[in-house]
Design a protein around this ligand. Structure first.
Ligand code: GAL
Length: 807
């Protein structure tokens, strides 16, 4: 693309209103897809894909599922997002990558399950024949090829970075258009569960020939005193065949859309056919309302493209005005306030649905993390879902945004560029990561050269931020570490002090810290089932407990803090076990988001809430008289423990630690009474009776009847006296009335082989240590949705949520 003009527009500040909406459309294309598995090694069950000589003639698709006339009626009807791996049964294997991916039979060893075909028919009316159209895929796992009406659009290898194809030339205005996607998940990209399929949104974009392309706007701000200067860089392209003249005007509105300031309307600029122009404008916000973790205020930047006075395009994006400073001696500051990173690593995986998460789930998961006191999220080890970043912007969560691979090859530089262009306007993104634990390169000169190339690219596309790299190295300063602006430590916190001593000018962040392996509600190692005690005891050799790393980070200003491995359990990496263990144990919460006991350690020291938590539960029938290790997590000054009213002693709480008692078991009530700055609060665990009644809870009372919104419903069981039974394992069945469907179930048991996806009308899940979870998704009918749970010998329970009309 030629760049023909650089316009510097002066800012004027007076109120005005935004022009009415524009011809640009950005419509979801998630509904009405057909899906069928193909075959990676057998053309006859892969719709003749490899034998059809598809590339000999343009548009040639005969004899394949790519042919628009192909009959897909017998294929499964699905709605995106879709992850076909999550529904496959588990299969035992000796292969380390199959283990790493959670024993799902997808990948090179399973050609029968590793190709997915998707078809989608849609119409475009003849009245729109002058417009430009593109299809935008936010994420497909992985290596996919796309055709429109039999014509080839392209291939995208990345399982994580989105892509967009112009389809204008291939549209049929008088009959249906057919988009066909062949997804090849034979290769993995990571060593953890990665799913398979079109697991993020697909959009149909419509614009005039002259328009602002995706990634075409970049803005950032500088704050001096109370005033912010917002720089907005805008690219306008002309994808048409005729030269055009257009003008660009930039507005900033408050969060409600009221215009606060705008650039002057300028004369038109020349945009030749098949070329583009860039403009740059600086606008001032007096008394800027800053974006912070406590108050994530978002303005809007609106770019308007006009031709002969007519608005032909309008791009609206949210703007968070904030300053980020990273200093080797004092760590991270946001808007001048020092922030210790209380972070977590997360993969994109949730109980029941795997990678195919409704937008709501991203908000759900970020809120669960915030309740725990998390203020930063590392997208390990790949480009995140756009809606996750939207959630972080809206809710006030910092993001360390990571490239998939340390590589300066054309393919990966292109992926990194697309990641930066897509994510650089998010205020939540405070730092890039150029890679993770690259054992073949990180300490040698090749790694150093790759890092330098990636850093140059990062600066080219975003000079306002800097990068780190997650190194599983101690006090080592060769290769990537020599050139990386922020030294990332994966584990090895014992070497952090020496590294800081030797390299005092290089800021340090814990890119992976802690990593206690725990199974929710379990109190002994069970190597047959693959369970670990739910206390801060067991860590792999390369990792550490929470108490081994957090005090070090908390007590040293130069240590920026770190990201725990991990916030939630995820499928795969069942460290330190293997089959039948199919899911990891690293999470502070399980795969459903149910807290494990370590949650309360972090919550004690990461929040100002009064935390007082006793573990384990007090149901130890048969262990009368034997000593039980009782852990108390709290941020009180001191805690006294009582068994059945008798004091077991008072202990002073040391900051960033926990308390422990050894208590001979007797059924009854174990209570803790805490005092904090003269105040008293208490908690208790009690020996319960048998399960009696189911109970459902959800944070939602209303959902949108838009066919996309979702609700997470937690299930537990109580005894006759209303006490939650912490070790219950009852099977629970679910049914829904109203226009909604269950899309997944889970229980956080890392060794459960129960299906997360059941046949319609047959949804069920066992409780694991007293809990399980159901995720429901709305239909499009306004009205009540009632989820009912039943279990043998248990009083049933129901929850009702109102599905309301779209705003
Ligand atoms: C790290 C790695 C993570 C995860 C973790 C498990 O070395 O970066 O992706 O595999 O180990 O402990």
């Amino acid at each position: 693309m030629k760049r023909t003009a650089l316009l510097i527009l002066a800012a004027v500040t007076f109120a005005a209103s935004l022009p009415a909406q524009t011809p640009r459309k950005h419509a979801l294309l998630d509904e009405g897809w057909k899906f069928h598995l193909g075959h990676a090694a057998d053309a006859s069950t892969d719709f003749n894909f490899t034998i059809a000589n598809l590339f000999s003639k343009t548009g040639k698709a005969t004899g394949t599922a790519i042919d628009p006339t192909f009959d897909d009626q017998s294929w499964t009807s699905i709605t995106l997002p879709h992850d076909w791996a999550v529904a496959l049964p588990f299969e035992n294997s000796d292969n380390a990558d199959v283990l790493g991916h959670g024993y799902k039979p997808v990948g090179g060893l399973y050609p029968r399950n590793s190709i997915g075909w998707y078809r989608k028919a849609f119409t475009i009316v003849p009245a729109d024949s002058g417009k430009r159209f593109s299809v935008q895929f936010d994420g497909v796992f992985r290596d996919c090829q796309v055709w429109m009406n039999g014509f080839y659009l392209g291939r995208n290898e990345s399982g994580y970075v989105g892509f967009e194809y112009d389809i204008t030339d291939y549209i049929r205005f008088t009959q249906e258009n057919v988009l066909v996607v062949r997804v090849d998940a034979s290769q993995y990209e990571g060593w953890f569960y990665e799913g398979a399929g079109i697991y993020r949104h697909v959009w149909l974009n419509e614009s005039e020939s002259v328009h602002i392309p995706s990634g075409g706007v970049f803005f950032h701000s500088k704050v001096t005193g109370g005033e912010a200067t917002v720089s907005v860089h805008t690219t306008v392209v002309n994808d048409g065949l005729k030269d055009e003249w257009v003008s660009v005007q930039t507005y900033i509105t408050d969060r409600n859309g009221k215009v606060i300031t705008k650039s002057e309307e300028e004369g038109s600029s020349f945009v030749p056919a098949q070329a583009g122009i860039r403009s740059h404008v600086e606008l001032t916000l007096k008394n800027a309302h800053l974006w912070s973790l406590e108050d994530p205020y978002l303005y809007k930047v609106v770019n308007v493209v006009r031709q002969n006075g007519r608005v032909i395009d309008q791009d609206r994006q949210r703007l968070g005005v904030r300053t980020v400073v990273i200093d080797a001696a004092t760590g991270l500051s946001l808007n001048g306030k020092r922030i210790k990173i209380q972070g977590v690593n997360c993969h994109q995986d949730h109980a029941g649905v795997g990678l195919a998460q409704p937008d709501y789930l991203h908000y759900y998961r970020i809120r669960r993390l915030q309740e725990l006191g998390v203020n930063a999220y590392r997208t390990s080890h790949h480009a995140p879902t756009p809606e996750l970043l939207d959630a972080c912007d809206s809710l006030g969560m910092l993001v360390l945004d990571e490239a998939r691979l340390l590589s300066s090859s054309r393919e990966y530089q292109d992926q990194f560029r697309r990641l930066i262009e897509r994510d650089r306007n998010h205020p939540s993104v405070f730092l890039w990561s150029i890679g993770n634990e690259e054992g073949y390169a990180q300490t040698n000169s090749i790694g150093k050269r790759i890092a330098l190339s990636m850093l140059a690219l990062q600066r080219q596309y975003d000079s306002t931020r800097t990068s780190t790299y997650a190194a599983d190295l101690g006090n080592v300063f060769t290769g990537v570490n020599e050139v990386i602006p922020i030294r990332g430590f994966n584990y090895r916190e014992k070497h952090v002090v020496a590294y800081h001593r030797d390299h005092p000018g290089q800021p340090i962040v814990g890119t992976e810290m802690g990593s206690t392996v725990t199974t929710r509600g379990i109190y002994a190692i069970d190597s047959v089932k693959g369970y670990l005690p739910d206390q801060d005891i067991t860590a792999p050799w390369w990792a550490s407990t929470a108490e081994a790393w957090w005090p070090l980070a908390a007590e040293n200003d130069w240590f920026m803090g770190g990201f725990v491995w991990t916030g939630f359990d995820y499928r795969g990496e069942p460290t330190p076990f293997q089959w039948p263990n199919i899911s990891s144990h690293f999470g502070i919460m399980d795969v459903c988001g149910f807290p494990k006991n370590i949650y309360y350690y972090y919550q004690s020291w990461w929040t100002n809430k009064d935390v007082l938590h006793i573990s384990p539960h007090w149901n130890w029938k048969g262990r009368e008289g034997r000593n039980i290790d009782v852990w108390v997590n709290s941020n009180a000054d001191q805690v006294e423990l009582f068994l059945n009213g008798k004091s077991l002693g008072k202990k002073a709480m040391v900051r960033n630690r926990h308390l422990q008692w050894s208590v001979p078991y007797r059924a009854g009530t174990l209570a803790a009474v805490a005092t904090k700055q003269g105040r008293t609060f208490r908690t208790q665990v009690q020996t319960t009776d048998a399960p009696y009644a189911l109970e459902l809870s959800t944070e939602r009372t209303t959902v949108l009847a838009d066919g996309r919104d979702a609700a997470v419903v937690d299930v537990l069981v109580k005894d006759k006296r209303g006490r939650e039974v912490p070790d219950a394992g009852n099977l629970v069945r679910f049914s829904v009335q109203g226009d909604a469907r269950v899309i997944g179930v889970g229980n956080g048991d890392p060794s459960s082989h129960e299906p997360d996806q059941c046949a319609p009308g047959a949804w069920q899940r066992s409780l694991f240590n007293g809990k399980c979870q159901v995720i429901i998704q709305t239909g499009k009918t306004v009205g009540a949705i009632r989820l009912e749970a039943t279990g043998e010998g248990l009083r049933p329970a129901a929850v009702t949520i109102q599905a309301t009309a779209e705003k």
